[in-house]
Design a binder for this molecule. Structure first.
Ligand SMILES: Cc1ncc(COP(=O)(O)O)c(C=O)c1O
Length: 385
């Protein structure tokens, strides 16, 4: 029995929650947003700000830098220098700003698909083209296709890559060897790598992710890393993130970019939430990871036993399950629509993550066990019908 109660149901209907703005009979297990209250320590820090009652313009304090530096050093074994770090209002605001600043129109930005769908918006909405390097999917497992990646990097129009580390939606923790090869190729072809590490704290208990910038001097020099406490600590609506860039030339570019785009300043809650999360949220996070990975195992076992025509891709990171529905021969956007229509269970269609996601559904299991069981019953009911 843990200290924190992840079984506590918080009714989010009618609260302007993007996730829960669905019909009464519907159960949302789509967008990457957790149903849990955040850590009590973070709630207290935010309550203190409310209590002060004056919501003025806010600076990023030394505490903020130290919180990130200590967390990455102690949790992830990476030494971050204070001068590498910048506040940003979100990982996507950071990525979009970096795409704008580091590319000229019509250049190509490489992504490894299936991948977090909003990367496509950050690329296309800023006048660039998506260069897809599909991941390999063999025997139920994903890996990078380095031959294809090299071909994409060698394209003189490719100047940037967005790496997802760990990878949403396939839940993969990339190895040091994989990341080193990405860095070598990027350096060889003059490609800058944005490493989106927003899911890095949501690994299975006992498993660690590998920070891209820490893999080698080469990776460090080509990298721009985006991190945040938002996914792991259930505070995505607070809009608080950070970017760290060891290479001084790239750092200057990124810094000018986010300032020009006005996404470099925190609101009155943003920095305080991050400080409380990293300085005090560790024990809560460790219990959360146990809970999330029990949820993950539950879905894997349930689907194996009850719906064997589906296969849950095994993964060591994120609370997002990638479910192979290829045996059904129905495109996943059609299937997701049928499941929603017939049972109210709202899953994400894999097609959103690139064409190679057409045989997959994505399920968010960052919910109470009771909600999870409801979701599984609905899924089973659909297949029994
Ligand atoms: C890989 C990845 N990057 C970024 C985001 C969103 O980040 P932010 O809310 O800080 O813009 C998400 C949200 O699901 C994500 O999965």
């Amino acid at each position: 029995m843990g200290v924190y109660n992840f079984d506590l149901e918080v009714n989010r209907r009618g609260t302007d929650s993007m996730k829960w703005d669905v019909a009464d009979n519907e159960l949302p297990m789509w967008v990457a947003d957790m149903d849990f209250q955040t850590a009590p320590e973070i709630r207290l820090a935010l309550a203190k700000r409310v209590e002060e009652g004056v919501f003025g313009y806010t600076d990023v304090s030394d505490d903020w830098y130290e919180a990130y530096i200590n967390w990455w050093k102690n949790r992830h074994g990476l030494e971050i220098s204070k001068d590498w770090l910048m506040f940003c209002t979100g990982v996507i605001p950071a990525i979009s700003s970096i795409v704008r600043k580091l590319t000229t129109p019509n250049e190509k930005v490489i992504v490894q698909t299936p991948v977090y769908n909003i990367f496509f918006n950050s690329i296309v909405n800023n006048g660039c083209r998506v260069s897809e390097s599909p991941l390999r999917y063999e025997h139920g497992e994903y890996s990078m296709d380095f031959e294809d990646l090299e071909e994409k990097m060698a394209d003189p129009q490719a100047s940037l890559m967005i790496l997802c580390n760990p990878h949403n939606p396939v839940s993969k923790i990339w190895s040091k060897e994989d990341l080193a090869r990405v860095g070598e190729l990027a350096a060889k072809y003059g490609v800058t790598v944005i490493s989106d590490e927003i899911h890095c704290d949501l690994t299975a208990p006992g498993k660690e992710y590998v920070p891209f910038a820490g893999v080698s001097d080469t990776c460090r020099d080509v990298s721009i890393t985006c991190v945040a406490p938002t996914k792991a600590f259930s505070i995505p609506g607070i809009q608080t993130a950070a970017i760290f860039v060891p290479n001084p030339f790239l750092r200057h570019k990124v810094w000018r970019g986010i300032n020009t785009d006005e996404v470099a300043e925190p609101n009155v809650f943003a920095a305080h939430a991050a400080v409380a999360a990293f300085n005090q949220g560790g024990p809560w996070l460790d219990e959360l990871r146990e809970y999330l990975f029990d949820n993950r195992r539950r879905v894997e076992e349930f689907v194996d036993a009850q719906i064997p025509q589906l296969y849950v891709v095994r993964g060591d990171a994120t609370y997002l399950l990638w479910i192979d529905v290829s045996a059904l021969g129905i495109p996943s956007d059609v299937l997701a629509g049928q499941i929603r229509q017939s049972t109210g269970l709202y899953l994400s269609a894999g097609t959103a993550y690139g064409a190679c996601g057409k045989d997959f559904l994505r399920m968010n299991v960052a919910c109470t066990r009771a909600t999870l069981e409801d979701g599984l019953s609905r899924l089973l009911a659909f297949f029994e019908k």
